[in-house]
Design a protein around this ligand. Structure first.
Ligand code: KG4
Ligand code: ZN
Length: 344
């Protein structure tokens, strides 16, 4: 049996079928990036209208290509927070309708909880990893909107140890990419240039690295990046771009690694993980692998295709909740933000 996952919290519509072992039968995504380019960012109103147009045809494609009917679907999992309200509503109303029509339980998933289980997603033929899904865990969530360390006590019981006080790390990478003229998509561009550069070329600030606790701040790094680039002769040369990217990324990664290391020492989890769009970053992945070797704590990260927002992570979180009979009634509410009960 498969759980259907529906993710519409931002601009991309994504649907997937995943079983309780984390095996992804099929993942489908409709990407709206180009639709927003003329506006220089996501327009919430356009995003919700795009979901409305794309969701039903995408669902038909998913079921047809997977050769799956609703008889083989055990539950419908949908993101209901946090995110853009209009976008969330389209996903939730669609899930409610399908739940009612096909008489399948509905499961509401916090988008961040979805990310937290993404390291356990595997391809259909691959060896399941769910036996290694043990608690407690420490999870570093790094995306365009979030940077936080979460202590996962058990399924559905999470505590935020620290968050960013201003910008998310993904936002800092995206902005830097714009400043140096690499443009969109920022994170992946900075990633590939950084691989060829020398991280010691520029000494960017590492905000809050020495402060106690697990909070982050990336606005100072962002400002320092812009200030430094302003003073360089334009256009920047290829080698300079590589060195700038490597140095800037290293500063961000250093802070993430130091705070995570502290959380491992203080909370002694059985496993730690990194999730979210920025978890696709090669340098961060390498540094965290080294942290695992150094600390002896098991480390998990998602396959690169499951780092960014996707319906498969929502389906897996739903499948795990379904196994524990933690389903919702039809009255699922949407919210732009997480609620206090999501993270104790
Ligand atoms: O999780 P996500 O797809 O969307 C949300 O923000 O929820 O994350 C998007 C972020 C963007 O800031 C993007 O630049 C960043 O993830 N990103 C990366 C890489 N791929 C995506 N950042 C660094 N290196 C990458 N390879
Ligand atoms: Zn996300």
């Amino acid at each position: 049996m498969y759980t259907l996952g529906i993710e519409t919290s931002c601009d991309d519509t994504s649907l997937a079928l995943v079983n309780e072992k984390g095996q992804v039968r099929l993942l489908k995504k409709w990407t709206a990036d180009e639709d927003h380019i003329p506006f220089g960012g996501i327009v919430p109103e356009r995003a919700s209208r795009n979901h409305l147009k794309s969701l039903t045809p995408l669902l038909k494609k998913l079921l047809d290509e997977a050769g799956i009917s609703f008889d083989q679907v055990n539950a419908i999992a949908v993101t209901n927070r946090p995110g853009l309200l209009g976008s969330l509503i389209v996903g939730v109303v669609s899930a409610q309708t399908l739940s009612l029509v096909y008489n399948k339980p509905l499961i509401a998933i916090n988008h961040l909880e979805g990310h937290m289980y993404s390291p356990w997603l595997i391809d259909e033929g691959a060896e399941p990893l769910v036996e290694t899904l043990v608690f407690p865990q420490v999870c570093l969530i790094v995306s365009g909107g979030h940077t936080q360390i979460v202590y996962m006590k058990k399924l559905g019981d999470y505590e935020i140890l620290g968050s960013t006080r201003d910008d998310a790390v993904g936002e800092a990478l995206d902005k830097f990419s714009n400043v140096i003229g690499l443009g969109f998509p920022g994170g992946p561009k900075v990633d590939s240039y950084a691989q060829k550069g020398d991280p010691k070329t520029y000494d960017f600030p590492r905000p809050m690295i020495k402060e106690e606790g697990y909070s982050f701040s990336f606005s100072g790094l962002k400002a320092a990046g812009a200030r430094l680039v302003e003073k360089r002769p334009q256009p920047l040369e290829e080698e300079d771009l590589e060195n700038l990217c490597a140095s800037y990324l290293e500063a961000a990664v250093d802070v993430l690694v130091v705070k995570l290391k502290r959380a491992l020492l203080d909370y002694k989890p059985k496993v730690f993980s990194v999730v979210g769009g920025v978890s696709a970053n090669s340098r961060l992945r390498k540094r965290l692998q080294e942290l695992s070797e150094e600390s002896g704590v098991e480390f998990r990260m998602p396959l690169k295709k499951y780092c960014a927002d996707n319906g498969a992570m929502i389906a897996l979180a739903g499948a795990l909740r379904f196994q524990q009979q933690k389903t919702n009634d039809l009255e699922v509410k949407v919210s732009a933000r997480s609620l206090p009960e999501d993270f104790s």
